[in-house]
Design a protein around this ligand. Sequence first.
Ligand SMILES: Nc1nc2c(ncn2[C@@H]2O[C@H](COP(=O)(O)OP(=O)(O)OP(=O)(O)O)[C@@H](O)[C@H]2O)c(=O)[nH]1
Ligand SMILES: [Mg+2]
Ligand SMILES: [Zn+2]
Length: 325
Amino acid sequence: MDRSERHLTCRIMASSGGLYTLRVEAAEEGSPIGLYETIQIPARGVFRHKGQTPLVGDTAEVKIELSDDGKVDMERGILMEKLLERKNELIRPPMANLDYMLITAAAAKPDPSLLAIDKLTCACVAQNVVPIIIINKCELAPETAKELIDIYSRAGFPAFAVSAKEKWGETELRDALQKILPNKIAAFAGASGVGKSSCLNMLFPGFQLGTSSVSAKTGRGRHTTRAVTLLPIDLGNSESCYLADTPGFGLLDFENFHFMEEDELIWSFPEFESKLTKCRYTKCTHTKEEGCAILEAVANGEIAPSRQESYIVLREELKKNRYKK
Ligand SMILES: Nc1nc2c(ncn2[C@@H]2O[C@H](COP(=O)(O)OP(=O)(O)OP(=O)(O)O)[C@@H](O)[C@H]2O)c(=O)[nH]1
Ligand SMILES: [Mg+2]
Ligand SMILES: [Zn+2]
């Protein structure tokens, strides 16, 4: 073996300003850069010919070239050679290998959009990401918060009401996350200004991420977080995980990005599943048919009306999708 090289396996933690931030997860003996150290390397076009774009959450094989005196040139001597296989990749937030998405909405300021939440839960389910619903700013509109928690618990998703401002629900959410997050990757996601960074600061105060107020004029957030950043989190009991803060975004666009095929949509609504065999017609579209078990479940209060309404909207958007098979 050429002893002027050493190899690392690294997690991509962030990408901005033409630099990737990498965290070492495994280092070959004799490597001048050790386990859990963080390095920044220029984002050269190494993968461009393969059509691959490294994403935050990816693991990469990295080569370090040592000069004769055993030193490493931080500018040119560290190369990302290969990305390891991804278990999934998301368009928004742009990430790979996500296990959990902490879908965050505010009870008010900005007003919650059920369609936006439902689009995210569907995109998650289709990519094998477990959605967890967090309703923040509960002190502003406790009744709305209760309704949202009810809708999403009935849909089968873990749902938490919190207030990062008043520290409501902090212990309950942290305890739940401590159980499920060891060795996993999770990301906060949702509109600008809902309090993703504030919730992260509440739960894991070591990072002090920047936050800023929602505009009084438009009622919208100010896009304070500018890039996806993975943070290494110490969960105690020598367990750890990665948690990402991400920039706010609006409605996912099911017409112009290929999230799933139209006939896969139904499987992204977990609470519909047990009903499907009970519809009168085998080709039931669950939109208006007589004897549709899903519409009956909506009528008798088992399934939230908003979920079925979102299903109809998403179905229409997927029909118009430009990339469908
Ligand atoms: N009233 C109230 N305000 C909150 C709460 N949590 C956060 N805020 C405020 O909401 C504003 C936006 O919070 P951020 O944490 O910056 O929101 P974000 O989701 O990270 O926004 P982006 O980074 O722009 O996507 C800040 O002024 C926070 O202080 C809460 O529980 N109640
Ligand atoms: Mg933020
Ligand atoms: Zn039906």
